[in-house]
Design a binder for this molecule. Structure first.
Ligand code: 5GP
Length: 188
């Protein structure tokens, strides 16, 4: 019998380097990444259907009403959600699935799928986080300030996660995550 894949929920403040870490984990051929829907505007070179599905508030709310999300939450004034269908399909096929989502979304996934594995990616410090956010050069001062405030709220919540990994060095951080995933697969 084919067993379901691992559901990995990865959180961490914006600027902690989650995106880069996840890109590395996606080099594993059994791994799938859920593309979220959001009502925020595309940033930089982001394309619809690649980084996110960019929806209007009305479209997003219709998808909520149609029970189309595995989870959704509001973050700094916008909706973000994980479309349900691909996640369920991949897990059923035995793929491992990554949801790269914020802390409220993680809580609701834990509530409905207690066997999910939650991983919090921490920046080495708030100072480094701010430097990384500014370095992107894609957000206004106001948005950076809001994201920093949110990061300060989110960091203490790392304690609620199954694993906390510090992104001090990309290769080291990815290596630690690969070891965790290999161990979890063995245990399945
Ligand atoms: P950003 O606007 O920087 O792309 O994302 C902002 C925050 O929303 C990040 O913490 C990211 O992990 C989170 N996020 C992205 N997609 C989803 C989602 O589908 N659901 C939830 N709950 N959070 C998400």
């Amino acid at each position: 019998m084919k067993s379901e894949g691992l559901l990995l929920v990865i959180s961490g403040p914006a600027g902690a380097g989650k995106g880069t870490v996840v890109k590395e984990l996606m080099k594993d051929e059994n791994m799938r990444l859920s593309i979220s829907a959001t009502t925020r505007a595309p940033r930089g070179q982001e394309q619809n259907g690649v980084e996110y599905y960019f929806l209007s508030k009305e479209e997003f709310e219709k998808m909520i009403a149609d029970n189309g999300f595995y989870e959704y939450a509001q973050y700094v004034g916008n909706y973000y959600g994980s479309p349900k269908k691909p996640v369920e399909q991949w897990l059923g096929e035995g793929r491992d699935v990554i949801l790269e989502i914020e802390v409220q979304g993680c809580k609701s996934v834990k509530a409905q799928t207690p066997e999910c594995i939650s991983i919090f990616i921490k920046p080495p410090s708030l100072e480094i986080l701010e430097k990384r956010l500014r370095g992107r050069g894609t957000e206004s001062e106001e948005v950076i300030a809001k994201r920093m405030a949110r990061a300060a709220e989110e960091l203490p919540l790392a304690d609620d996660y199954d694993y906390v990994v510090v992104n001090d060095d990309l290769d080291r951080c990815v290596g630690e995550l690969r070891d965790i995933i290999a161990k979890l697969r063995d245990e399945k």
